[in-house]
Design a binder for this molecule. Sequence first.
Ligand code: BGC
Length: 269
Amino acid sequence: MEKKLQGQIAIITGASSGIGKGIAKSLSAAGATVVINHPVAATKDAADAVLAEIVADGGVGITYQCDVSKENEVVTMFGDVVKQFGTVDILINNAGLQRDSAFQNMTIDQWNLVLGVNLTGQFLCAREAIREFLRRGMVPEKSKALGKIICISSVHEVIPWGGHANYAASKGGIMLMMKSIAQEFAPKKIRINSICPGAIQTPINKSAWDTPEALNSLLTLIPYQRIGQPEDIGNTAVWLASDDADYVTGASIFVDGGMTLYPGFSTNG
Ligand code: BGC
């Protein structure tokens, strides 16, 4: 397979499980050196296991603990990665979580945690990545772009989601942060896009697929009639980060099996 990201340094936040893990494996298979970020001491073993899989497949990388909602930790992570590898070429802004609640019962802690990781975390990492891209300058042998940022958003940047107002608000926020900075930095040749996954089979939505009843009910929302897999998102991330997508910036790319196609209207309305 052609290695479209050979020699590029990629930080993938929240890569110890789920979609982040899938993206780390796909970027590594495409030749990138991967920084497998994970949030706390308790996620270290899982991150190490992801790295072990990657190394067994011939890839190169490290794990790095950093809570993306904390400014000092994010600044330190980017500093350390630049010290070790020379620069950062690709940021995958993936770390995200859910704390679901009926709105009238939602606590300020549930609100702040979700907004803090999902939105503030993406702001902090994008800011440090952009500072590094601007500092480093162009390296034409590596990429036509000065740097690439891929924000992992969700179908819920456009689909309202009752019982998950904090999560939907964070994803709606990602959409306009991403488009605003894509506009701001396109003249500098920094490409910034989002991938908006639908239902991908990962721990975050286990209750939606771990029984046949739950899965059947989920499939009524997916015209393509299968749940997504992390590599569906990983493949898209490789393309978006590569020069094949050199004219793509400011786009929200839905990888959702048609979830955003209003499937309820196929027999009604
Ligand atoms: C959420 C999942 C959900 C999916 C589709 C994702 O952003 O994290 O829990 O299954 O959207 O609703």
